[in-house]
Design a protein around this ligand. Structure first.
Ligand code: 13P
Length: 251
C-alpha cells in the first residue's frame, strides 16, 4: 500500500558514536507522536547493527545505502543484502545518483541489486533522476522512463509493488537548488503514469514515490502537499535531528 515516508540518507557522514546518538535522538523525538509518515534512517553499513539495537525499529526503520550485486563469496569489501537483513535493517537505498556517477553502477547492475534485496526481504528505495544537462535538453522524462524500464520493469507486478521509488533530480542534490513543487509533481505524476502503463493503475497508485534534492524544513510542506509526492529522501537535513523532525512533521 502507498505510504508516506520520510527517509534520511546520511551518506558518508557520522562516526559510529555520532550516528547512534543521532538515531536515538530521532527515535526519542518520534516516540509517542502520531505521525503521518513512516520514518527511515539510511546509515553507513557499519552503523546498521548498532543503530538497530539502540532504537525501536518499529518506530524508526533502518536502511543501508547500497548492497552488493552478488550473493556471497570472494568480493572483497562488499556487503550483501543477506548481511544487511541480518542486522535488523529493513530497507536499502539503491541506484543513488552518487553510486551511479562515482561507482559506475549501471541499470543492469542495479537490477541485480534490487533482485537480491527483494530475495532477502529488504525494501529497496530506488533512486531515479536526470542531470541538469538532460533537463535543459528537455530529456528528463526520457531519462527517468529509461531508468525505470532498464532497471525495474522486468520485475513482476508483485515484486514491483514491494519497491519504494525516490525521484532525485541530480541538479538538486546538495546544491540548495530544490525542484519547485510543480516540477516535482509533474515528474512524480509522469512516473506514476509510466508505472500504470507498464503494470496497472493499482500498482501505480500503491507505489510510494519520494522526492529528494535539497529538501529542507522550509520547503518540505509545499513539496509534500503535492498529490503524487509521498515523502522525501533527505540528505543534508537528515544529519540534524531538529531539521529532520521538522521535515517529518511537515506532513
Ligand atoms: P540533499 O538533501 O543533501 O540535497 O541530498 C539529497 C539526497 O541525495 C538524498 O539521497
Amino acid at each position: 500500500m502507498r505510504k508516506n515516508i520520510v527517509a534520511g540518507n546520511w551518506k558518508m557522514n557520522k562516526t559510529l558514536s555520532e550516528g547512534i546518538a543521532l538515531a536515538k535522538e530521532v527515535n526519542a523525538a518520534v516516540a509517542g507522536k502520531s505521525l503521518k509518515c513512516d520514518v527511515v534512517l539510511g546509515t553507513p553499513f557499519i552503523h546498521l547493527a548498532s543503530v538497530c539495537s539502540a532504537i525501536d525499529t518499529t518506530k524508526t526503520g533502518v536502511s543501508a545505502q547500497n548492497c552488493a550485486d552478488k550473493v556471497s563469496g570472494a568480493y572483497t569489501g562488499e556487503v550483501s543484502a543477506a548481511m544487511i537483513a541480518s542486522t535488523g535493517a529493513k530497507y536499502v537505498i539503491l541506484g543513488h545518483s552518487e553510486r551511479r556517477a562515482y561507482y559506475g553502477e549501471t541499470d543492469a547492475i542495479l537490477k541485480e541489486k534490487v533482485k537480491l534485496a527483494l530475495d532477502n526481504g529488504l525494501t529497496p528505495i530506488f533512486c531515479i533522476g536526470e542531470v541538469l544537462s538532460e533537463r535543459e535538453a528537455g530529456k528528463h522524462f526520457d531519462v527517468v522512463r529509461s531508468q525505470l524500464e532498464n532497471a525495474l520493469f522486468d520485475f513482476s507486478a508483485a515484486d514491483f509493488g514491494k519497491l519504494v521509488l525516490a525521484y532525485e533530480p541530480v541538479w538538486a542534490i546538495g546544491t540548495g537548488k530544490t525542484a519547485t513543487p510543480g516540477q516535482a509533481q509533474e515528474m512524480h505524476a509522469f512516473i506514476r503514469k509510466t508505472i500504470a502503463g507498464k503494470y496497472n493503475a493499482e500498482t501505480a497508485g500503491n507505489c510510494s514515490i519520494l522526492y529528494g534534492g535539497s529538501c529542507n524544513p522550509s520547503n518540505a510542506a509545499q513539496l509534500f502537499s503535492n498529490p503524487d509526492v509521498d515523502g522525501g529522501l533527505i540528505g543534508g537535513a537528515s544529519l540534524n535531528a531538529d531539521d529532520f523532525m521538522q521535515i517529518i512533521t511537515a506532513f
